[in-house]
Design a protein around this ligand. Structure first.
Ligand code: NAP
Length: 480
């Protein structure tokens, strides 16, 4: 299919992907925008052909060249490759922000109908637990690294505020679990509070993620834009799509400095694939987001309005037809096309300027401090000893060392020097050794000497240095 001059990369994807992408391409063509889709592969076919990442080189080259992608859902077949092809694309092209808008749609009846919901989740897309760094610490204890950086928080918070400004939004909530994860989720909260004053026209509020979920179920109309960390955003955005009609209606944009990938929130829905019954609304609205991104605001609005008019006219796909006769995917797309140029009675579209992205940093991101001291170490030890026995042995093993055993915790519970009998224990203990004075600066030779002494009688798993950055703890405290 040839539309004209501007090329975009199109990945039909797996399951219902080819059917809904085909519908979206037809709608784009009918809108009059001059685009030339370059159709490439990723996902199940690529894994089956032995491409470990699920994304073949030709696809990567096409995206590098075209910068804009319309993508169907990609499966990660069990037993092929290690990575999700979706995560490969997001990380390879550093699409750090995931915009997931939902709004009340005419004729799509939900328990919230009439409350005019119009919410955008801005999800951090490349950090947090999704870096996929995991270890088995012992044969029975798994650990994942939750990596959150100041630089990563800055750019997602700036993206959220810049989007709010460009789209004429009034309020940005930042949703975190900073009360429990004070350093990781806390970094997002503090960054948000530091940046918010630069946007005085936007109301800025922090909210704890669990309360945010509760408020979304109780009073969702209070929310406008919500910026949040990767895992929280993944869960919250499926929740918000549920508030407004479900996955068949939820579009999204993965935004990076160089590349933007537009896709429905839903997956490949294998149960309905190949039957021409999937709801194309989510991918057609994603295509409208793509057109807005490349400066085709009028076509984006026309398509959005045509979708609304189609829904108002009673056209329904199988996921929302109830007892009525559903339209096929093809009929749904044809109805949208026939409604291009008409205006919805119930909802407007908003033309807005391209979102100003924070520039990509060329240097290695670093927060400067005046002073850093190593005030101790946490040594993780695998053992089935009881806490008192382990503590007593470590005191003997490390007697006279420059670092002294202060506490032992098991799954975060302090079990030594306390005599705790009420917690269930696992075979991974965190043993905290501190320098004699808080303001000492422990050197590597002292740490290595300590590890050598511990290692004579125990199996240590890993070590964390306990830093003071400008006098502030760079580690979480343990209860004494
Ligand atoms: P899913 O594909 O989103 O489907 C869940 C259910 O939602 C479907 O069974 C279907 O429900 C309904 N549904 C989703 N999209 C629909 C549409 N356009 N029209 C009508 N109904 C729709 O989730 P999943 O079954 O958990 O995942 C399937 C595969 O997709 C997995 O391999 C997963 O890894 C992948 N996935 C990919 C992406 C992506 O590429 N971005 C995202 C999520 C999942 P009914 O039962 O009512 O028919």
């Amino acid at each position: 299919m040839l539309f004209g001059t501007r090329k975009i990369t199109v990945i039909p994807g797996d399951g219902i992907g080819p059917e809904v992408i085909d519908a979206a391409l037809k709608v784009i063509a009918a809108s009059g925008v001059k685009l030339e889709p370059e159709i490439v592969e990723a996902g199940a076919v690529a894994f089956a052909n032995g491409v470990e990442s699920g994304v073949p080189d030709d696809t990567i080259r096409s995206i590098e060249k075209n910068k804009v992608v319309l993508k169907g859902p990609l499966e990660t077949p069990i037993g092929h490759g290690n990575k999700s092809a979706n995560v490969t694309l997001r990380t390879l092209f550093e699409t750090f922000g995931n915009l997931r808008p939902v709004r009340e749609l005419p004729g799509v009846t939900t328990p919230f109908t009439g409350r005019k919901l119009d919410i955008v989740i801005v999800r951090e897309n490349v950090e947090d637990l999704y870096t996929g760094i995991e270890y088995m610490q012992t044969p029975g204890v798994a650990q994942a690294l939750k990596l959150i950086s100041r630089a990563g928080c800055e750019r997602i918070v700036e993206l959220a505020f810049e989007f709010a400004v460009a789209a004429g939004r009034k309020r940005v909530h930042c949703a975190t679990k900073a009360n429990i994860m004070k350093l990781t989720e806390g970094l997002m909260q503090h960054t948000f509070e530091d940046i918010a004053p630069q946007y005085p026209t936007i109301e800025a509020k922090h909210i704890l993620i669990d309360n945010c979920a509760h408020q979304l179920a109780m009073r969702p109309e209070q929310f406008d834009v919500i910026v949040t960390t990767n895992m929280n955003g993944d869960i919250l955005s499926d929740l918000t799509s549920g508030l407004t009609g479900g996955l068949g209606f939820a579009p999204s944009a993965n935004i990076g400095n160089d590349v933007a990938i537009f896709e429905a929130v839903h997956g490949s829905a294998p149960d309905i694939a190949g039957k021409n019954i999937a709801n194309p609304t989510a991918i057609v609205l994603s295509a409208a987001m793509m057109l807005r991104h490349i400066g085709e605001g009028k076509a984006a609005n026309d398509i959005e309005q045509a979708v609304l008019v189609t829904l108002e006219s009673g056209v329904r796909s199988a996921d929302m037809a109830g007892d009525a006769k559903p339209s096929t995917t093809t009929e749904f797309a044809d109805a949208i096309i026939s409604n291009l140029g008409k205006k919805s009675d119930s909802a407007t579209s908003q033309d807005f300027a391209a979102v100003k992205l924070p520039p990509r940093r060329e240097d290695v991101a670093k927060v400067e401090v005046k002073e850093r001291l190593v005030t101790g170490v946490d040594v993780y030890i695998e053992t089935t000893l009881q806490p008192q026995e382990l503590g007593d042995q470590l005191m003997v093993d490390t007697a006279g060392a420059s670092l002294t055993l202060q506490t032992i915790t098991n799954r975060g519970n302090t079990v030594f020097p306390r005599d705790v009998t009420t917690v269930s224990l696992i075979d991974l203990y965190r043993c905290r050794f501190l320098a004699r004075s808080r303001r000492s600066d422990v050197g590597d030779p002292e740490i290595l000497a300590l590890l050598t002494r511990i290692g004579e009688n125990h199996r240590w798993m890993h070590v964390e240095k306990l830093y003071l950055f400008d006098g502030e703890d760079g580690f979480s405290r343990t209860a004494k």
